[in-house]
Write a protein that binds this ligand. Sequence first.
Ligand SMILES: *Cc1c(COP(=O)(O)O)cnc(C)c1O
Length: 402
Amino acid sequence: MDGMTEEFRNHLDGILAEIEAEGLTKRERLITSAQAGRVSVRRDGEEREVINLCANNYLGLANHPRLIEAATRAMSDHGYGMASVRFICGTQDLHRELETALAQFLGHDDAILFAACFDANGGLFEPLLTEEDAVVSDSLNHASIIDGIRLCKARRYRFANCDMDDLESKLKEARAAGARFIMIATDGVFSMDGTLAKLPDIARLAKKYDAVVMVDDCHATGIIGSKGAGTPSHHGVEVDIITGTLGKALGGALGGYVAASKPVINLLRQRARPYLFSNALPPTVVAASIEALKLVEEGDMLRKQLFDATNYWRAGLSKLGFTLLPGEHPIVPVMLGDARLSQEMSQQLYQRGVYVVGFIYPVVPLGAARIRTQMNAALTREDLDTALAAFAEVGRQLGVIT
Ligand SMILES: *Cc1c(COP(=O)(O)O)cnc(C)c1O
C-alpha cells in the first residue's frame, strides 16, 4: 500500500521535474491588495507596488465603488450563500433579474447562469447535440469549449484558426456525412492572440450550410461592439448562442452564462450538468453583476479610455521594436518564441515594477511563447510610460530589441 503511494508520488514528482526542466513551471504571485491598475505583491516578506498589465479587468470595474456597494447591500438583504443548486432552493429574484438583464443586453430571448464560463461551455454541447449531429470548432478555441465538445456525442470537426476555406471544407464534410444539425463553435476574440473571429464570414457559411453559430465572447462582452454588446454587435451579425463570463470586463468576480433563444435556455436548465449539479452563484456576485451591466451600458467613456490606452501602448511597443501580433484588441501580445526568455523577461520586468506573465506551452503552442499584455481603463498614462521604459530597458538587456 505504502510502496504504491511512494511510487505514485515519485511518478508525479518526475512529471513536475520535467515541467521545470522545460522552463514551463507557472508560479503564482501573492497579491495583497484589491485588483486594480496598480497592485501590491508580497514576495520573500517584501511588499511591492507594481503596475498590473495582465488582468482581464478591461473596464477597471473589479474594485468599483458601485459594485462593492451593490454587493454589500445584497449581502445584507439576500445573505451570503445559497447552499443549493438553482432548481432546488437556489434561485433568488436577483438571479432571474441578472439573467433577464444579460439576455436583453446581448439581444437574446433569455440567459442562464453558470458558476463559470468554463461550466457554461462545459455544459452547453451535450444537451443540445447527439451522435446524429456535428460540431465544427476553431482550432484555437478556449479549453472549456474543447472540453465541452468532448463531452457531447456529436461528430467533431476542427478548422484551422480563422481559416474560412477550412471551415467551409469541414462544413461540407459534415453535411456529406449526413449530419442532422451542425453547430459552428468559435471564440469571439482569441484570448492568446487578441484577434477577432471572422463572424461575418462564419455567419455567411452558417447560412449556406444551415448551421447554428455559437460564440464565446468572454474577451469581448463589455468592451467590443456598440455599448460593449460584443463581437456580433461589432460585426453587425446575429449569432444563435453566446457564452460569456462575469469574471472579466463585467466586474471580474466569477460566473458564466449562456444567452440564446428560449428552447436552448430551457433545455439547458433541464439538462446542463454543471447547472444541475453545482451551486447557485452567491447574491453578492449576482447583484454586483447587475450593477456592472449598468456601468457597461453607460460605459462609452470607459471604453474610450481603454482603447486610447491600447493604441498608445501598441504604438509605444512597436516604436521600441518589439514584435506584436497585429490587432486592435486590448490584448497586446509581445512575441518572444522561447519559453525561458519569456519567463526571464517577465521576471526582470517585475523587478522594475511591471507585472506581466510569460505565456508558455501548453497555454500557447510550443515555440510561440509570449508576454501577453492587457490594457484596462484603470491604467493611467503615467503607468503606461513607466511600463514602456521598463520594457525598453529589459528588452535591450535580453537582446529582444536593439
Ligand atoms: C476566460 C475564458 C473562459 C473561462 O471563463 P471563466 O468564467 O473564468 O470560467 C472561457 N472562454 C474564454 C474564451 C475565456 O477567455
